[in-house]
Design a protein around this ligand. Structure first.
Ligand SMILES: [Zn+2]
Length: 190
């Protein structure tokens, strides 16, 4: 059976805790939806922050809503290197002992002792799709991405299964550029 999944590129972004959102944007501030994302309930916001590392600062980093329990910043390896930070490749939510940085918003700034990660590439699947494709949560697979000029096979792709997911593979901008990905592209789980 063909296990064909939409491939989406996640650009650098931040998730904020309710307390950090207030520190950066002001008391009682609510996130403004700019665009709904493929994962149900997730959205890109109008609000942006600046992330600061020892070498440089990076402005215009989008916030993805809604707020979460813990603040988490996801950069590409190229981004992290540019601002002088060495961060681990992790699954979203697994931030213990990850990199530190400063985040600046329009009304305040915070220093997070951990929370900056390079997102591990992954495939979101609904339980129905996972079952049909014979895949399990946390399974590691190989995915062939069929771009015309820079087709690429990605190893170490984690399957994530949850009822509130939509089927989609997520890679970062370094990975997307490595495959010259643009427009609507599909990956094939091998
Ligand atoms: Zn994802």
């Amino acid at each position: 059976m063909e296990r064909k999944v939409l491939v989406e590129v996640s650009a650098r972004h931040a998730h904020l805790s309710p307390a950090d959102l207030e520190t950066l944007f002001g008391k009682g501030h609510q996130l403004t939806v700019k665009k709904m994302l493929s994962q149900p309930g997730q959205f890109a916001c109008e609000e942006k922050v600046t992330v600061v590392g020892p070498k440089k600062e990076m402005a215009g980093i989008s916030i993805l809503g809604p707020v979460r329990k813990d603040t988490q910043i996801e950069l590409s390896l190229t981004d992290a290197r540019a601002i002088g930070i060495t961060a681990p490749i992790r699954e979203s939510g697994d931030i213990k002992g990850s990199a530190s940085c400063t985040i600046i918003g329009p009304v305040g700034q915070i220093v997070v002792s951990e929370g900056l990660i390079i997102a591990k590439r992954h495939v979101h699947l609904t339980p129905a799709t996972a079952e049909a494709w014979g895949l399990k949560d946390k399974q590691v697979v190989t995915v062939k991405v069929g771009t015309p000029e820079r087709g690429l096979i990605f190893d170490d792709v984690v399957i994530r299964v949850r009822a509130d997911f939509a089927d989609a593979m997520h890679i970062d901008t370094d990975e997307g550029n490595a495959a010259a990905l643009s427009g609507v592209v599909y990956g094939f789980i091998l």
